[in-house]
Design a protein around this ligand. Structure first.
Ligand SMILES: Cc1cc2nc3c(=O)[nH]c(=O)nc-3n(C[C@H](O)[C@H](O)[C@H](O)COP(=O)(O)OP(=O)(O)OC[C@H]3O[C@@H](n4cnc5c(N)ncnc54)[C@H](O)[C@@H]3O)c2cc1C
Length: 511
């Protein structure tokens, strides 16, 4: 009977990084994925003459990713760009401060923010006089925050390192809104500064200030990027690394049960048929799905159930993928990433996102970074909105298609109005992904790609400090968006490499 050193369940970004780390260290490694291709969200699909990117808007901290691919012995062809975001808030009736922007649209806010701390702060000052110093103070804090990042792993090290940074220590339990207020940033500038809140899925009143700073820092410092062949290129590169290092990767292989022996996991059943044995297990599947579907109730540790009850499922996304029979220039698209919001305030955007459709929509044009990502004379757009909670619960199966079409129509029209452009007449291919679509491909509760909501009590720092105590068995570790860093490519890769590293140490140390 073959027993793998480690079995990894799920080939999302976390599972891929975990399996590559273990295989590279010489562990006999098996990666199991229920889908027929790797990546989870980091994947690809084709409609007509377009190959669509399903999820990756932008990847921050390219240098960190380059280093990871070097560690795996893989190459990725990076395309970078040097703007962060444009925030457009269409004016509501009676807004006295509204103005007509370059697109001829009446707006409350239109901010196009550059890369580089100084550039970003100068632009903010131009839009909101008196905001420069507080913006630079925030970036200074984030720059020093990175110095303690490596010490977050254990409470002792964390407290030790924070002693050297008393101002950071003071901020640890504070939210984005509280932190920016403390730095004296004017409210209007905070609204622009907070635009990326949706990348972590929690608004200004809930999100950990330091974590948001760290994320914004990584986008603003050196800009962002995306591989030439998009996220699929990264997933295939890691799959290749695992195989080159002797690991096994099995697709169409859903783990349907975990078999226990002596109070801990000993084997997994694949597709209800085949049993494979392992010493250690790394799980990229959501804890909600794992405890509901893979374990007998009696084997679930009590703490895991408490955690499931305490945590909130993070936001869900709806994405409309559009293959356009016109170029971006012909469509009048001038930016890579535009955030169209119904209000300037992140908490009001969050409140609106409790319902479909809130008017919140991010529009991306991939050709802005990768000019040849579609056939000549065409372009690719993707529109994304977020919602919170079980927004689909009242939709009857017979109404699903109509509902889906209506949401897509609303999103497209919102973009058309906010940018004063025409989209509908030039659509050659359209695909619409609602939360159930993502649930089908990711096997996550409500289809969230973001794990659990980051909140004051359950943010990156406490999750990191508690990581080992929060793992269910001494041979079973979770990785991916449900873990300490929340959602995002970099976060999922990080947790995968970390879980892989723990298992490598245990196997090599003989524990
Ligand atoms: C539309 C959209 C836009 C996004 N934009 C960005 C962005 O611009 N930048 C960014 O950094 N992040 C972005 N994200 C978020 C990011 O994609 C995710 O947070 C990240 O990829 C999550 O990775 P993960 O490791 O948790 O794995 P997941 O992607 O959740 O994959 C889990 C994998 O496990 C498999 N699996 C589950 N259960 C089993 C089982 N029982 N047996 C076998 N296999 C199983 C699933 O099939 C899946 O392949 C976006 C996500 C979406 C959907």
């Amino acid at each position: 009977m073959k027993q793998y050193d480690v079995i990894v369940i799920g080939a999302g970004n976390g599972g891929l990084a975990a399996a590559a780390t273990c295989a590279k260290a010489g562990l006999s490694t098996l990666l199991l994925e229920r889908h027929n291709i790797p990546g989870g969200s980091a994947s690809s699909f084709v409609r007509g003459r377009f190959e669509f990117e399903p999820s990756l808007h932008e990847l921050a901290g390219i240098e960190t990713h380059k280093e990871m691919f070097e560690r795996f012995g893989s190459e990725v062809d990076w395309y970078t760009h040097d703007s962060t975001f444009r925030l457009v808030v269409p004016a509501k009736e009676g807004d006295e401060g509204a103005f007509v922007n370059e697109n001829g649209v009446l707006v409350t806010m239109d901010a196009r923010m550059p890369v580089g701390f100084q550039n970003f702060a100068k632009k903010l000052e131009e839009i909101v006089p008196g905001s420069y110093d507080s913006c630079m103070a925030a970036f200074d804090l984030s720059e020093r925050m990175f110095k303690i990042f490596d010490n977050l792993e254990t409470p002792q090290k964390l407290v030790g390192s924070l002693k050297d940074f008393p101002d950071i220590l003071r901020m640890v339990s504070h939210t984005m809104n509280e932190g920016l207020d403390a730095l004296g940033m004017p409210k209007k500038a905070q609204d622009i500064f907070n635009t990326y809140w949706c990348y972590l899925g929690s608004p200004g009143s809930k999100l950990d200030f330091l974590y948001y700073l760290a994320m914004l820092h990584s986008y603003v410092k050196n800009g962002t990027g995306i591989p030439h062949l998009r996220s699929h290129e990264m997933s295939l590169a890691i799959d290749d690394s695992i195989r080159r290092n002797g690991g096994d990767v099995w697709y169409n292989s859903e783990v349907t049960k975990v078999i226990m022996n002596d109070g801990k996991p000993a084997a997994v059943v694949i597709n209800g048929e085949k049993t494979v044995y392992g010493k250690y297990f790394i799980c990229n599947s959501s804890p909600n799905s794992v405890w509901a579907d893979l374990f007998d109730k009696k084997d679930i540790p009590a703490k895991q159930l408490k955690m499931l009850n305490a945590r909130k499922i993070a936001c869900t996304l709806t994405t409309v993928y559009l293959g356009m029979n016109k170029t971006k220039e012909e469509l009048g698209i001038t930016d890579y990433s535009v955030f169209i919001a119904p209000d300037t305030d992140s908490d009001k955007q969050y409140e609106a996102a409790q319902n479909y459709f809130s008017g919140y929509c991010i529009i991306n044009c991939l050709n802005e970074i990768i000019p040849d990502c579609t056939p000549e004379g065409t372009s690719q757009l993707f529109l994304t909105t977020m919602t919170f909670g079980d927004v689909m619960k009242d939709i009857k199966p017979q109404d699903y298609k109509k509902f889906k079409t209506k949401v897509a129509q609303d999103m497209i029209e919102t973009c058309e109005k906010a940018l004063n452009i025409s989209i509908k007449p030039y659509i050659e291919e359209i695909e619409i992904a609602l939360p159930p679509t993502f649930a089908r491909y990711l096997n996550t509760p409500l289809g969230t790609p973001y794990g659990y909501m980051l909140e004051k009590w359950d943010s990156m720092i406490p999750r990191t400090a508690q990581y080992m105590q929060d793992q269910p068995f001494d041979n079973f570790f979770f990785c991916g968006a449900t873990q300490e860093r929340g959602d995002g490519y970099g976060c999922a890769y990080y947790t995968g490499e970390k879980a892989g590293g723990i298992v490598v140490k245990k196997v090599k140390g003989g524990k």
